[in-house]
Design a protein around this ligand. Structure first.
Ligand SMILES: [Zn+2]
Length: 169
């Protein structure tokens, strides 16, 4: 089932999401719906708060027609290591349509999470996938990529957000 995506200005996007405690059918259904919603959009990642569910879970898939990856499902993710090296890349967000800005982030991370069965796993990722994971984990903490834009762009961006969404929050 495709779920409606919460848009910039929505309170749930600013809330710190709660840990998932029940690894049950409801969680599986939520993740299934989130994946369907992400693929339909299309997007490369979607966090539960973006569909109005304040829980610590996200889905991601950076596959392109030339390069197949896979669907990642991370429950209660936690970044345990960041690379010192950072890079800058243009990001967008399904919750902030029409806005694209360069964001500086570490190029590689190590993340600890649980799967749908509640089993722990650790993943080391880099490049676009590392960026995507960091963007989605930010969502679980009420942080949006526009918060990470700095310098002179920040002022221009605030004007644009105000015009497009009628709010800056
Ligand atoms: Zn986003």
């Amino acid at each position: 089932m495709i779920l409606p995506v919460k848009i910039y200005g929505s309170e749930v996007l600013r809330r710190k999401a709660l840990p998932v405690e029940d690894f049950d059918g409801n969680l599986k259904k939520l993740v299934e719906d989130m994946a369907e919603t992400m693929y339909k959009a299309p997007g490369i990642g979607l966090a539960a708060p973006q569909v109005g569910v304040s829980k610590r879970v996200f889905v991601a898939d950076i596959s392109t027609p030339d390069k197949k990856d896979k669907l990642y499902v991370l429950v209660n993710p936690e970044i345990v290591e960041f690379s010192e090296e950072k890079d800058k890349f243009e990001e967008g967000c399904l919750s902030i349509p029409g806005i694209y800005e360069d964001v500086v982030r570490p190029v590689a991370i190590k993340v600890k999470a649980q799967n749908l069965e509640g089993e722990d796993f650790t993943l080391s990722v880099e490049g676009l996938l590392a960026r995507c994971f960091q963007h989605e984990i930010d969502h679980l903490n009420g942080i949006l990529f526009v918060d990470r834009v700095s310098g002179f762009r920040k002022k221009l961006l605030k004007g644009k957000l105000k015009r497009n969404f009628g709010i800056v929050y």
